[in-house]
Design a protein around this ligand. Structure first.
Ligand code: SF4
Ligand code: SF4
Length: 353
């Protein structure tokens, strides 16, 4: 079973688009161990994702979980996989040595050259210089780590340069999503800028690919790969099934955005999952009404209940911004795929097929 552990509700940064309410509340040891037990209780592997707030504020709990799960894995014979999403500010060599020893998949939230626009500390200071150092350190220990960009409207003009910067820093995996939620206001102007910048990022991605140096750039790569494989990206949103968040008090919800909402409560780490609630929730989650007749339905991530909730307050309703973004991205991914295929069909097939 895959669980996302909200080790703390606190964070040392104050990102301007962050919707989390920061509180000095952290997961207690008994909750943490019960969550680990639960992850091992189902068939297959155990999967833990350390999350927050900022999970590195609770590094001792992470280390405790690694020790505890190593014992459980030896007892049960089940493999365990670890991930962490972190703002990176508290990473150090000692921790990364431990993380590398268990092949932890680390996603580093880093907005590239736009870092200081939105990702400041509690005193309002920018964090780009610090993050650059931490990113280099991270890549030394875990070179497959992913840089995770959130693109805010006020930083849209730096998007393409940020992709290039992160790639040149050494990241071979870069993900990027627009900032969503009540603190973010996209306008026609900022959306046009985002479109222009995504096209510039696609040019860089194409150039690198054609020089035999392809890298994973999630917005384009995922759309191209899914199209070729005939995968509907909406099907990845298994609200309440695939990756369930555990709040710091041990309650289990359907998705991170639903923490604290009793309607999406699925149980807790001590009593386990309520399978009937899980089933009911899966039935409640449906294709948005406005998308039913859309020709792009099988290519669009409109069913991400989490993003929908952030944008519209309803897991089954897509905002105009999400719809415009998906339309623009699908067209750009197709255009990019055509360019790559026309230039080098063999390399295209070996990379995407
Ligand atoms: S690092 Fe993450 S949790 Fe902390 S303020 Fe930024 S977005 Fe929010
Ligand atoms: S492009 Fe818009 S209307 Fe079409 S499926 Fe996506 S969100 Fe729905």
């Amino acid at each position: 079973m895959n669980l996302t552990l909200h080790l703390t509700e606190g964070c040392n940064l104050r990102c301007s688009y962050c919707v989390r309410v920061k509180q000095p509340v952290s997961m207690q040891e008994d909750v943490l161990k019960a969550a680990c037990d639960l992850a091992f209780s189902a068939g297959g592997h155990a999967g833990l994702c350390f999350f927050g707030g900022e999970p590195m504020l609770e590094r001792e709990k992470i280390l405790l979980a690694l020790d505890y799960c190593a014992e459980k894995s030896a007892e049960t014979g089940k493999p365990v996989q670890y991930k962490m999403t972190t703002n990176g500010t508290l990473l150090d060599a000692e921790f990364l040595r431990r993380a590398a020893a268990v092949h932890m998949g680390i996603g580093l939230s880093f907005d590239g050259i736009a870092q200081d626009t939105c990702r400041c500390d509690a005193a309002g200071r920018g964090t780009r210089a610090l993050l650059e150092e931490k990113a280099k350190l991270l890549l030394r220990y875990l070179p497959d780590s992913c840089a995770m960009m959130t693109v805010a409207p006020q930083a849209a003009g730096d998007f393409a340069a940020s992709v290039k910067y992160l790639h040149q820093l050494g990241f071979q995996r870069i993900s990027a999503v627009p900032a969503y939620g009540r603190l973010v206001k996209w306008t026609d102007e900022s959306f046009s800028l985002l479109t222009e910048q995504l096209h510039a990022a696609a040019d860089y991605y194409t150039e690198q690919f054609l020089q035999g140096k392809p890298f994973f750039f999630s917005p384009l790569h995922s759309k191209i790969r899914d199209c070729i494989a005939g995968v509907n990206p909406s099907e990845r949103c298994h609200l309440g099934f695939r990756q369930m968040p555990v709040a710091s008090d041990g309650k289990i919800y359907a998705c991170t955005q639903f923490i604290g909402d009793g309607a999406f409560l699925l149980g807790d780490v001590f009593t386990g999952l309520d399978r009937e609630r899980q089933r009911q929730l899966a039935m409640r989650h449906a294709t948005p009404e406005t998308c039913k007749d859309c020709a792009l339905r099988s290519r669009c991530t409109n069913s991400c209940g989490c993003t929908n909730r952030l944008e519209t307050g309803d897991e089954n309703r897509v905002s105009p911004m999400q719809c415009s973004y998906e339309r623009m991205l699908i067209a750009l991914a197709d255009e990019t795929a055509d360019r790559l295929y026309d230039a080098d069909p063999q390399q295209f097939q070996s990379y995407f097929v």
